[in-house]
Design a protein around this ligand. Sequence first.
Ligand code: SF4
Ligand code: SF4
Length: 305
Amino acid sequence: MKLSIPLTNKCNNNCLFCVAKCRYNKGELDFSAIKQILHKYKKKCNFVGFGGGEPTLLKMKLIKLVKLARALGYEGIEITTNGRLFSSKSFVNEFDKKLNKEKENISITFSIHGPNSIIHDYLTQTNGSFHQTIIGLRNLVVKDFKVYTRSVITKQNLNELIKMLKIFIELGSLGSTFVYPTLLGKAITNFNLVIPKLSKIKPVVKKLLLLKKRIKYPISLKNIPFCLLKKIPNLTSSYCNNSQKKISILPITSKKFIATKDIPIKKSKICVRCKFERFCPGVDAKYEKKYKNEVASLLNPVAQS
Ligand code: SF4
Ligand code: SF4
């Protein structure tokens, strides 16, 4: 079971699809509360994910939390980052020095949303972010850290995903995840600007799945409604079980939090009556409201037995 903790709701990027401020807007946990959470779930969870906002903004405190999590017995630690601070040689050297013995148990997932600065910097609304993220990723690969990538699928990068994948492999990433945006926070404000239509992502998803079969490099797809895939995934597969095996911490104040599987998303009426609703990301009701005809033609619910 994975424990997922947002370490902060602050970030040095300003992505057009960001859900962090909305999801964790009620508060930000202080350092002692985060330590308590690690203690509380050490028996139930064997993995911990540190995210945000941007977790590297905690700098030395992040390193301390990783060391604490390992000392408490968490087998694997995943840090999801925009990676910009890893472009600093002094931070990377400190990170490497302090976590050298834990390297095997740490994976660092870089959020990269384009094949170049034009697309990535536009989506992050931060000039120079692509350059720093790529330098950061390279710096960690050189130090032998396990590095992965995660990209949000948007209108701007939809036709660039295969190109991005090639770049990630060349950079030394060990696996890549492509995620359809969650319709919360700024993804709603900027819906028309960034959210691709499901009918447009369907052929791209098909290409990625074909590639996944052909090459050894791990490719994952997340938040993709099953009806867009060629066949419904096996219910025991990781694609279906991911959300079931996770405890997400949602801060309420700096000391209080709730633990949940995830924020429930109101799904399309069509998905609600489908047998796979519990396992499938489905289609958000807000999306259905905007593209009613498209959703009706794309979805093919399986009757509940
Ligand atoms: S990198 Fe972008 S999506 Fe991630 S927390 Fe920062 S602003 Fe939000
Ligand atoms: S209809 Fe069923 S399988 Fe299709 S997207 Fe909705 S929940 Fe998933």
